[in-house]
Design a protein around this ligand. Sequence first.
Ligand code: PLP
Length: 380
Amino acid sequence: MSDYDFDQPIDRTHSSSFKWEHYRDRPIIPLWIADMDFQSPPELRDALKTRIDHGVFGYTKTPEALKEVFVERMASLYGWRVEPRWLVWLPGLVVALNVACRVLERHKQEVVTFTPIYPPFLTAPHFSERRLVTVPLAKVGDRYEIDLDFFRASISSQTGLLLLCSPHNPVGRVFEEEALRQVAEICIERDIIVCSDEVHCDLILDPLTHFPTAKLDEAFESQSITLMSPSKTFNLPGLNCAVAIIPDPKLRRRFDAVCQGIVPHCNLMGFEAALAAYRHGEPWRLALLDYLRGNRDLLESRIEKIPGLSMTHVQATYLAWIDTRDLNLKHPQRFFEQAGVGLSDGRQFDGAGYVRLNFGCTRETLKEALRRIEKAVRER
Ligand SMILES: Cc1ncc(COP(=O)(O)O)c(C=O)c1O
């Protein structure tokens, strides 16, 4: 029995939540944007209260203690030796994806990514006036794999950046070391920077270990940008605190230069929350993983029984990528919305015919959403 009550419903209406305001006053369960309906760990909330009581909210440097705790965390959880000077703290990772596209040299105009993918991976290259090249993930049995031949064939002399998502949103895949090594070898050979977004790395539900792509070898470290953040794990994306890990000083300087005068510092509450979460949040995180595992198992077993719907096994994240194509729906997202469940539209991820379901909610909420989905499909 967990010390934390993830079954406790928290009213998020009237809290300016993107997720909940979208369906304000409509009887639709919001299971779209990727935040969870749970309160963050109690120690984190206490740390914020203490900071509020201090009452002075001036310009704030990155706390040294946060750098130390983060470096220790990388070593203890992932066996990755990170130097504090490699860390660039940022108010978010979408910012980092866009900055990464802008560090490319003039002759490197193309950005590759594996689809389906979290939508900012698709828009960042355009915002940065780079060309986007997409490489579909290959579905092999019950899992998605990186199609190395397709990847190789998609690279040109202009390819400068791979935007990688590991673990992967939306397909929930934890890529193995070997697959990442093969990707890295291609990138080393073709002089491609890899920006590896690992924001979901603390949310692995299966007995698997996250492998930070940049850990592969030193040669590769020099062309890597790794993105991490406490925001998904501890449910604090509204506090805007994230970090890019850039071992190579030249690349880090280029990244910093793009940020100059445009990207603001992190919010001091974000720093406080990150520090408290990393220091004290481990028991909460482990309990959360248990709860999410329960939600995932329930979801997979119920979706499997709905004719016309299917999903691959979710190894990590609280996001499920559901294939609706056998139902031949004109607009799957709208269909489920009309049935009272607000999902993300697969087209935004370059995955027409799919919807993404966020199961970071109470078990009761998930059960009710499933009842509505089952009924809608049955009565269609
Ligand atoms: C892979 C990935 N990167 C980045 C983000 C968002 O990061 P941020 O809120 O720090 O901009 C998300 C949110 O869902 C995500 O799934």
